[in-house]
Design a protein around this ligand. Structure first.
Ligand code: AMP
Ligand code: GLY
Length: 428
């Protein structure tokens, strides 16, 4: 079984992956590249440009790794998984072509149509006047998406026509998101409760991990702009066994089949963002990777050997019994720069992280640096706190209690993650 695992990436998701893989029964050595300062406390950290396929292959060879787990989407879109697989490595991460499920929303939409996967009706436009005319057909509530990768910020959902129009113009004329915004996808608004369902796929078959709920909006009560994710919990009660089966049968299986039929099988983690409404699960988006911050809540609930599951899936020989689901629940809070997402300044100070970790709360770093003995905020989403509990409510109370012991300045978190009702914003 994997003796040395390389986790590629530098965020909270990768910290959670590294932490969880290191707990596998085989006790593999986990190394991270490029990693971050927080990860370097527990893992050997190596420098690499994660999007430079040749450099990553060289690193994997030099370290003689038995498995590479690719965290973020950009290396997948850059063909890093293709290069690693070609060099003979087991790689958990989709090849460039199937990763287009995430890197082109229009590709994903077309594949869903072809495969008969339930999703919102949509149109793609690269012409401004045609796009603006289409808004009448589709809204209101308008859903406007930049076609390509935009770090979770390329979607506008609004009832304000002027805002929808401005976003269309920004993408198509203003060069917002660069090449990623040269085409927009306009789609019908879907009502319902959202869930993130991640399957580990071997090209043909898949196994679902516990489903999670993500909070994308910046402020309490789901107010403010979309972000990369302000918190999460798992398992989400919205995804019953029945819903899981529907996602497996109506979403995962047909998509895997279509991609395999095209000669571009999907291997690795496949994330389906679904809206659970009256008509059952409808796909809102695909991501060709583990979710962030869903992973921070999901992986503590996965027992067995995650490394074995991922390595076997990478080789096209899925072994679902490599893992099991642990009882209980997990809640994750993102501690973010005060101005996140629109006005990130950095320089905030996070005090008390070591103490909450000693209390058994998990601390996953993303954008921090250690300066003069303190944890300093160096980006939008700085750190995640994850607490476990026998129930969702006890996990929520535990993570909130841990957060309340932290101090410092220049950071904030949402106060209503996993709460039955919208809570009160909490600021350091
Ligand atoms: P995406 O990046 O495609 O996941 O979109 C970001 C967020 O926008 C989603 O998590 C949803 O909350 C929301 N969203 C996207 N598409 C739709 C839709 N068709 N109907 C309702 N909400 C949507
Ligand atoms: N949390 C949503 C994502 O990973 O894209």
């Amino acid at each position: 079984m994997p003796a040395r695992i390389l986790v590629l990436g530098a965020g909270g998701r990768e910290h959670a992956l590294a932490w969880r893989l290191a707990k596998d029964p085989e006790r593999p050595e986990v190394i991270v590249a490029p990693g971050n300062a927080g990860m370097a406390q527990a893992f050997r950290r190596l420098a690499v440009d994660a999007e430079d396929a040749r450099a990553v292959v060289e690193l994997a060879r030099r370290e003689a790794v038995s498995l590479v787990v690719v965290g973020p989407e950009a290396p997948l879109a850059a063909g890093v998984a293709d290069a690693l697989a070609e060099a003979g490595f087991a790689v958990s991460g989709a090849a460039r072509e199937p990763a287009r499920l995430e890197s082109s929303k229009w590709f994903a939409k077309q594949l869903m149509l072809e495969a008969g996967v339930p999703t919102a009706a949509a149109e793609a436009h690269d012409d401004v006047s045609l796009a603006l005319a289409a808004l009448d057909r589709l809204g209101p509530r308008w859903v406007v998406k930049a076609d390509g990768l935009a770090a979770g910020k390329g979607v506008r959902v609004t009832s304000d026509r002027a805002e929808a129009q401005a976003f269309v113009r920004d993408c198509l004329e203003g060069g917002r998101f660069g090449g990623s915004g040269r085409r927009v996808v306009l789609e019908r608004f879907l009502e319902g409760e959202e869930a993130s369902v991640i399957g580990i796929c071997d090209g043909e078959r898949h196994v679902l991990l516990p489903a999670a709920r993500d909070y994308k909006r910046a402020f309490d009560g789901d107010a403010g702009p979309n972000t990369g994710g302000m918190g999460s919990f798992a398992p989400t009660p919205a995804v019953t066994r029945d819903v899981e089966q529907q996602v497996s049968e109506r979403v995962m299986t047909p998509i895997l089949k279509s991609l395999a039929a095209r000669g571009t099988p999907y291997r690795g983690a496949l994330y389906a963002g679904v809206m659970l409404g009256e008509r059952g699960p409808q796909v809102v988006e695909f991501n060709a990777r583990f979710g962030d911050p869903e992973t921070q809540s999901i992986l503590p609930l996965v027992g067995g050997s995650l490394g074995e599951l991922l390595a076997r899936a990478a080789r096209g020989a899925l072994e679902p019994s490599a893992i099991r689901r642990e009882p209980g629940a997990a809640v994750t809070l993102a501690l973010v720069d005060q101005g996140y997402p629109d006005d990130v300044r950095g320089g905030g100070v996070l005090r008390g992280l070591d103490a909450v970790e000693r209390e058994g709360v998990l601390v996953f770093h993303a954008a921090t640096e250690r300066e003069a003995g303190e944890w300093v905020v160096r980006g939008g989403r700085a750190v995640y706190l994850t607490a476990l509990g026998a129930t969702l409510e006890s996990a929520r109370q535990r993570v909130e209690a841990a957060r309340a012991t932290l101090s410092g300045s220049g950071w904030r978190s949402r106060g209503d993650i996993a709460a039955p009702h919208a809570g009160i914003a909490r600021t350091a």
